[in-house]
Write a protein of this length. Sequence first.
Length: 245
Amino acid sequence: ARLSLTTARAEAQQDSQKLRNALLSSLSHDLRTPLTSIRGAAETLSQAGPALDEATRADMLASIIQDSALMTKFLANIMDMARVEAGGLTVRRERVKLEEIVEAAIARVAGAVYTRVNIAPDAVFAQADAGLLEQVMVNLLDNAVKYAPPDSHITVSAVRDGALVRLSVADAGVGIAPGELDSVFDSFFRASRGDRVAPGTGLGLAIAKAFTEAMGGSIRAQSPRTDLPADGLPGTIIALELPAA
């Protein structure tokens, strides 16, 4: 028993060290690009600001704002995952109205403004933590926007299934390769898109999974979608199940 306990502790320490190394790697890699862009734009504005035309100055300021928002999102994801791994997650289970949660999440995700929302009359309420569920939806919508064409539709749906409510985010994007479907919820995993890997920390879906399970729910991904034309993009549905309220 002592040997088993010692082994378990050693494995936990090893996992913790792997997470710490991955966090540091993510910080150094994913924050370097926006930081470099911000510094370059700021230095140009500082040194040559008066000589630049109004359109160029506006473009550089917009770039600084966009990259600052990107850094904020990266850091928030890293802090959320660190909180999960450290066991510092506090969960409040209460009756929440899904439409309010979804609309708040949509407002926080650039590119998700025209998301369709379909909530069945018997799936209006769920038992969840409002703050955690909103962050889950933000991460799912952000993932859908990242992998779907700009002019495609994203749909958020909620249906009742016995004692559960199934809340799903469906996109008409590039889908998930069969070999990657089981890995999309792993920390620091980033699905490939053609010959490229999508930008980001690879923590969004891992955080969504951790938060959903902390609320007593479950989450899964499906790709391709069976309701889309066979000659188009495969699309993805990410669905979470929570206790109904």
